[in-house]
Ligand binder design. Structure first.
Ligand SMILES: NC(=O)c1ccc[n+]([C@@H]2O[C@H](COP(=O)([O-])OP(=O)(O)OC[C@H]3O[C@@H](n4cnc5c(N)ncnc54)[C@H](OP(=O)(O)O)[C@@H]3O)[C@@H](O)[C@H]2O)c1
Length: 273
C-alpha cells in the first residue's frame, strides 16, 4: 500500500489536537490533499476549520474503506471515542494509534481481532519534521502495513521499529515525554542565567540556542555524547565545576532522570489498566 492508496481511499483522524495536528501538518506538507482526509474531533481548531474550506472532511460521514485511521485521542477518552470506528474493524483499514498506555489488546477487543493495528509513539518535534516515532504492530499488521505506517511517520521525522509492545512504556517515558524534559531544561537554564544577573530575554536566547545547538551537534558528530561533553570540559574550568553538581550520582541528573523516566513509564503502565 502506498501514499497514492491513502490519497485514493482516504485517511481518518480520530482526535486532532496537538499530536494529530502535528502529524497532519507534516502529511499535508508532503502533498497529501485535504480532500483525502476525514477528521473527527468535537472542538476543531481554527486551523482545521480553515482546512475544511479547502476540502478536508470535518466531522462528516466516513468513507467505507479508508486506507488508514490515525487514533490520536487521549487514552482517557479511548473507551468513549473508539467504538464508533468499530465498523471499520476486521477489514482492510489499518489502525495506527499514537495513544500512550492503551495496549494493542484493547483495540483488538473493540475493533475485532482481525484488524491490522500498529501502535506508535511519536513526539512533538514532529511539528517541525524532527520527531522520532517508535512503532510495533499486531499479528494482523503485515509488512506492507508496517511499511505504510513507517512511510507516513517518516514524513514527520525519524522512525524506529520496536522488538515488541513490551518496550512501549519505556519508549514513551524517554522519547514521547522527553521533549517536555528538554523544554524544562531550557526554562530552568534560562532562570539560572537570570539568577546570575542576565536579562530574561538574553538568558532565554542563550538557553534555547545552546540546547538546540547541542542537540544538533549530538546528531551530527562522529563522537558520542560522553566525548562531546568532555570536549566542553576544560580541566579545572567552569564546566567541570558545574558537572560536579549535575553528575553527582545521588543528587544530579543520573538519579533525577532515572526517577523521572520511571515515573513516566509507571504511568504508561497504569494507563494500560
Ligand atoms: N502531545 C504529545 O507530546 C504526545 C506524544 C506522543 C503521543 N501522544 C498521544 O497522542 C494522543 C493525543 O494527545 P494530544 O497531546 O494531541 O492531546 P490533545 O491535544 O488533547 O488531542 C486530543 C484531541 O482529541 C479530541 N477528542 C476528545 N474526545 C474525542 C472524541 N470522542 N472523538 C474524537 N476526538 C476527541 C480532543 O478534543 P477536546 O480537546 O475538545 O477534548 C482533542 O482535540 C494521546 O493519546 C497521547 O498519549 C501525545
Amino acid at each position: 500500500m502506498s501514499l497514492e492508496t491513502v490519497s485514493r481511499r482516504g485517511l481518518v483522524l480520530l482526535g486532532c489536537g496537538k499530536m494529530g495536528s502535528a502529524m497532519l501538518a507534516g502529511w499535508l506538507g508532503r502533498g497529501l490533499a485535504p480532500e483525502a482526509v476525514w477528521v473527527l474531533d468535537p472542538h476543531p481548531s481554527d486551523w482545521l476549520q480553515g482546512l475544511a474550506e479547502k476540502g478536508l472532511h470535518l466531522n462528516a460521514d466516513l468513507p467505507d474503506d479508508p486506507a488508514i485511521v490515525l487514533v490520536a485521542v487521549k487514552p482517557q477518552m479511548m473507551a468513549e471515542a473508539l467504538p464508533r470506528l468499530a465498523p471499520l474493524g476486521n477489514g482492510a483499514t489499518l489502525f495506527l494509534s499514537v495513544a500512550a498506555g492503551t495496549p494493542i489488546a484493547f483495540y483488538e477487543k473493540t475493533l475485532g481481532d482481525r484488524t491490522p493495528i500498529i501502535r506508535a509513539m511519536p513526539n512533538t518535534p514532529a511539528a517541525v519534521g524532527r520527531g522520532i516515532t517508535a512503532l510495533t504492530g499486531n499479528a494482523r499488521a503485515s509488512d506492507t502495513d508496517l511499511d505504510l505506517a513507517e512511510t507516513l511517520l517518516a514524513a514527520v521525522g525519524q522512525t524506529v521499529r520496536l522488538e515488541g509492545e513490551h518496550q512501549m512504556d519505556a519508549v514513551t517515558a524517554v522519547s514521547g515525554s522527553g521533549p517536555a524534559y528538554v523544554f524544562h531544561l531550557i526554562e530552568t537554564l534560562a532562570a539560572a542565567g537570570e539568577a546570575e544577573g542576565l536579562p530574561a530575554e538574553l538568558a532565554m536566547t542563550l538557553a534555547k540556542a545552546t540546547v538546540a545547538g547541542a542537540g544538533h551537534l549530538a546528531m551530527e558528530a562522529e563522537e558520542g555524547p560522553a566525548q562531546l561533553r568532555v570536549n566542553v570540559t576544560s580541566p579545572g574550568g567552569t564546566t567541570a565545576a558545574a558537572l560536579k553538581v549535575l553528575m553527582d550520582p545521588d543528587s544530579g541528573f543520573p538519579a533525577l532522570l532515572k526517577k523521572a523516566v520511571k515515573a513516566a513509564a509507571d504511568r504508561s503502565r497504569e494507563l494500560a489498566q
